[in-house]
Design a protein around this ligand. Structure first.
Ligand SMILES: *[C@@H]1O[C@H](CO)[C@@H](O)[C@H](O)[C@H]1NC(C)=O
Ligand SMILES: *[C@@H]1O[C@H](CO)[C@@H](O)[C@H](O)[C@H]1NC(C)=O
Ligand SMILES: *[C@@H]1O[C@H](CO)[C@@H](O)[C@H](O)[C@H]1NC(C)=O
Ligand SMILES: *[C@@H]1O[C@H](CO)[C@@H](O)[C@H](O)[C@H]1NC(C)=O
Ligand SMILES: *[C@@H]1O[C@H](CO)[C@@H](O)[C@H](O)[C@H]1NC(C)=O
Ligand SMILES: *[C@@H]1O[C@H](CO)[C@@H](O)[C@H](O)[C@H]1NC(C)=O
Length: 541
């Protein structure tokens, strides 16, 4: 049953490769609706596009939309002439690869800058008989991820022509209470301000975006082709201090854990910076700028070190040192003088970074290794598997490794796998004018560790998603889902143990408020569980 579920959730991109582009003048999108419902940070979005072939002969009609990369398509249907057609599905991985390949070949050059970073495209076409209509309906689902203390629901609107009946409806329902709500994104501009209505109560929010046809042509990111941009709904929920927010229904539970009123834990951080020849020009400049910002943000009780590498390793210091003003200034001078030259020996650099971190274990601190590179290893050890295995042995689960892949020449899969093997994540840094801000933004996500060695325990819980987390950072969130044995909520007891800045801590409620509903939302918690299970399975491949 679990497998079937996973497959349903894996239901994914359906790409019909269109050989000749259909001519857009031949058809008319007379209605385009986006309807997004978010409950407990789980968003289900339905895009409905209604199209008429106004011509007296059959025409190929195209449906092309962009959805968040983290989403799974759960349903795609077409309605034509009283018939329903279910979409044929290609796995998301294949589609993702095709998309990544297209982007790296520079085919997205015409896109608005941020589009390629967080979205992927869904495209299909169908032949519609003369004077007939077709309705496309695409449903996708995603668990919103908390970053920098907020959730973001990104809705991309690009119907490809002005549409007389255009609507975006967003409904958010958070039992914990909504602490703030903002509407951002390229479409939230002055020209469209009066098209947006926002209603916020304690636990619910509604955002409606109904631009007129002329507004769709005159806003900043719009033209004769209509709108092309994002509406981003940003919010956070209220939190209680204890064990967190637990929902149960239909035999499943979802636990959101994000305590914020904890003291920060001093950190040990080693930056490993690629200075190989390919970093030449803007990339190395942006790296210097970002590093200097990041060094400025270190706290005086943090320890740090900085190494750069090409075919050789260059030390600022051979050990971790305290982030005193003098040391930070000296490191900034070092960072200012990073020059690009030579090849890329990732293996030696990461092993040296790990050595520096391990040489100075500090009681009650959190260690982090950050690698920034823009290329494949082409010097020293170049066998990818050997590097991964060396790195895993050197780190031995003691601290997370975060890999930042700069640009599209990196073997991102290699970096991603290496991060995941060492309790970290990889992030792509897009070559663009804001690359320094992307680097700084990533650093800020891990800048404030609040807990280390977090273990989530559930008496009476089974089939759990990941339950052990090396570190928890302020502004983020830990989410665990699972099944409740025999659906026995009475004996179900969540508990979290971890190490905080003041020592070992245990979060438990003798009487936890497990919100239990057995109504409509039944299937939803099961879907959150399936979503997390699939995501974590994909990470392991
Ligand atoms: C859940 O776990 C039980 C054993 O604890 C197992 O029998 C069952 O098949 C699992 N269900 C799913 C959906 O994985
Ligand atoms: C949006 O979707 C929700 C849930 O499926 C539904 O209840 C609501 O009527 C829809 N709203 C619109 C405007 O279609
Ligand atoms: C379609 O319309 C064109 C002119 O718009 C006309 O020449 C042609 O005969 C029409 N075809 C049919 C099948 O009605
Ligand atoms: C964590 O974030 C919250 C909200 O952004 C802030 O109020 C709090 O001071 C932060 N904690 C630390 C230790 O920085
Ligand atoms: C650049 O790298 C080459 C080969 O490793 C080395 O001989 C040369 O001294 C380096 N130049 C600078 C300026 O570091
Ligand atoms: C982390 O927690 C686990 C389980 O509570 C424990 O076995 C382990 O020793 C802890 N590790 C560290 C480094 O404290």
């Amino acid at each position: 049953m679990g497998r079937a579920l996973i497959q349903t959730t894996l239901f994914a991109l359906f790409l019909t490769l269109v050989t000749s582009l259909p001519n857009k003048d031949d058809w008319d999108i007379y209605s385009f609706h986006i309807n997004s419902t978010v409950t407990s940070r789980y968003a289900t979005t339905v895009i409905t596009s209604r199209v008429a072939n106004r011509m007296n002969e059959s025409k190929e009609v195209e449906f092309q939309v962009r959805i968040p990369k983290n989403a799974f398509i759960s349903k795609f249907r077409m309605f034509m002439d009283g018939q329903v057609y279910d979409g044929v599905v290609k796995t998301k991985e294949q589609a993702q690869q095709q998309y990544t390949a297209a982007v790296s070949r520079g085919q997205s050059a015409g896109l608005v800058s941020s589009v390629g970073r967080t979205l992927e495209e869904f495209k299909t076409s169908v032949t519609v008989a003369a004077h007939k209509k077709v309705t496309f309906e695409l449903t996708y689902e995603e668990l919103l991820k908390r970053r920098h203390g907020k959730y973001e629901l990104q809705i991309h609107a690009r119907p490809m022509q002005p549409v007389s009946d255009f609507k975006v409806d967003v409904y958010i329902d958070e039992k914990a209470g909504i602490s703030f709500l903002e509407v951002k994104g390229g479409l939230s501009t002055k020209a469209l301000a009066n098209a947006i209505t926002k209603t916020l109560t304690d636990k619910q929010a509604w955002v409606y975006f109904y631009p007129t046809e002329s507004q769709q042509k005159t806003c900043d990111s719009c033209g004769e082709q209509g709108m092309n941009g994002d509406l981003v709904i940003v919010y956070d929920v209220n939190r209680d201090i204890s064990v967190g927010d637990i929902k149960a229904s239909g035999g499943y539970f979802v636990h959101h854990f994000a305590p914020s009123s904890l003291p920060r834990i001093p950190k040990n951080v080693v930056f490993i910076i690629d200075q190989s020849g390919s970093m030449h020009g803007r990339k190395i400049q942006q790296t210097r700028t970002a590093l200097i910002h990041i060094l400025n943000d270190l706290n005086e009780d943090d320890f740090f070190s900085l190494i750069t590498f090409d075919g050789n390793i260059f030390h600022w210091k051979r050990e971790l040192v305290q982030a005193t003003k003098t040391n930070v200034n000296s490191a900034k001078t070092f960072a200012q003088n990073i020059k690009d030259n030579g090849s890329t020996d990732i293996n030696a650099a990461v092993l040296e970074g790990a050595r520096i971190l391990k040489a100075h274990p500090r009681e009650g601190s959190a260690s982090i290794l950050i690698l920034l590179t823009d290329g494949d290893p082409n010097s020293g050890e170049t066998n990818l598997e050997t590097i991964q295995s060396n790195v895993r042995k050197a780190i031995a689960g003691k601290f997370p490794l975060y890999c930042l892949g700069f640009g599209f020449d990196v073997n991102f899969e290699f970096l991603e796998k290496m991060s995941l093997q060492n309790n970290g994540v990889a992030r792509r840094i897009y070559e663009d004018s804001d690359a320094d801000l992307q680097l700084k933004g990533f650093y800020e996500e891990v800048a404030t560790p609040l807990l280390t060695n977090v273990t989530m325990m559930y008496t009476g819980g089974t089939n759990l998603t990941q339950t052990h987390f090396t570190q928890y950072y302020n502004g983020s969130e830990i989410v665990v889902a699972g099944q409740i044995t025999d659906n026995d909520i009475e004996t179900f007891t969540p508990e979290v143990i971890a190490i905080s800045g003041t020592g070992s801590v245990r979060f438990s409620d003798t009487n936890p408020t497990v919100e239990s509903t057995d109504t409509v939302s039944d299937r939803r918690l099961q879907r959150v569980w399936a979503y997390l299970t699939v995501k974590q399975l994909l990470d392991k491949v």
